[in-house]
Design a protein around this ligand. Sequence first.
Ligand code: ZN
Length: 251
Amino acid sequence: MSRDQQNKKEKMDMKRIPVIFFIGVSGSGKDTQADFLIDNYGFIKISSGNILREIKKEAEGNPDNYEAGVIKRILDDGKFVPTLTIASRWYHILIDLIHKMKFSHGPKDKIKGIIFSSSPRKLAEALLLEDFFNTWPEASVFETRPIFIDVSEKEALRRLQNRLVCASCKKNFMITNKEDKPVKCDSCGGVLEVRHDDTEENIKSRFREFKEFLIPVIDFYGKNNKLATIKGEQSVEGVYKDIIGVLSLDK
Ligand SMILES: [Zn+2]
């Protein structure tokens, strides 16, 4: 490829719509950074947590829904759902977004970026997502951008032990000063509470899962030269600035 072609290709790549996969231990600030991108750039979030909560609701609303019922049971037991369960929902969400983008031209259908928050969670999910974006012809306008927010286990643990969450909108708050801790959510006025799953035992098991399932994902993207690694132990603003830089977004 000549230098001219190379430049052209790089320009084209820059214009592709980013599909961001935030990877990091819990406490690395993935959700906070995702919220910044959503607020400032109008990115769309695809949340596996929300998808699973919806399936649970379907089960509660309709006891005859076999699939939803089984998924609810798996979730209630604290186990992993089949990769295909999540992937099939992603598939339909993505097809729907692409279809809307192609056939309607209203500003609300224009996609600026997609964020998979806390996904992929294991190698099989990463492979399925790469496969989709590589093979669906009209997905070529997208570019997958895995971003690893690197935070040590020690720092993540410290943060998780100082975290409150809004009971209504699920926004996270960090307590920097115990005497002066916030009592209400500044977005919706909801009550702030300790996340019920932020027990030390739970946090430790999340770290074990990270090592078992996410390190292979990081290796996979690393081998494909796709991975961007961001130093996660700097200020929230510093992390955000680095992410903007990596994605070459206009400030
Ligand atoms: Zn709130």
